[in-house]
Design a protein around this ligand. Structure first.
Ligand code: ZN
Ligand code: ZN
Length: 136
């Protein structure tokens, strides 16, 4: 554990993991998220600028929530983020359906490859074992 400055308010806090933001700012962000979510539910076709103005929140923050799939929009909503792979506009997440499909296909073919590399893995040398023994 280390003590760092919060990236939002500059307050010192005990940093454990995740975003470098103090618990107070985290709570404030969470409250803001609920506010934004409620606003979007009530105004399904609002624009990004409208949400930012009405809820007093940065566009970057809204995009982060969209990427994390915490916010979902109707297909015909003007609020979109771009696919990180091909740049197509999508309503939530990081990649469009097409890229998601391609990625899962590629991932599958990697898994089904014969595991040559495992067989070629060098065996631990006898000297290593000797060294280990010494520490035991
Ligand atoms: Zn803070
Ligand atoms: Zn894509």
């Amino acid at each position: 554990m280390e003590v760092i400055n919060c990236r939002k308010c500059g307050r010192l806090f005990n940093y454990i993991a995740g975003a470098q933001v103090c618990p107070m700012c985290k709570e404030a962000t969470e409250k803001k998220f609920q506010e934004v979510k409620a606003y979007i539910q009530a105004h399904n076709h609002c624009s990004m600028a409208e949400v930012c103005e009405e809820c007093d929140v940065e566009p970057g923050q809204i995009q982060t929530w969209i990427r994390k799939e915490r916010l979902q929009f109707a297909d015909d909503s003007p609020i979109k983020v771009s696919c990180e792979n091909c740049g197509a506009m999508i309503g939530s997440g990081r990649f469009c359906e097409k890229c998601k499909n391609e990625m899962s296909r590629n991932f599958g073919s990697v898994l089904s490859k014969p595991s040559d590399q495992l067989k070629k893995k060098p065996q631990p040398k006898p000297t290593d074992n000797k060294n280990k023994m010494r520490f035991l």
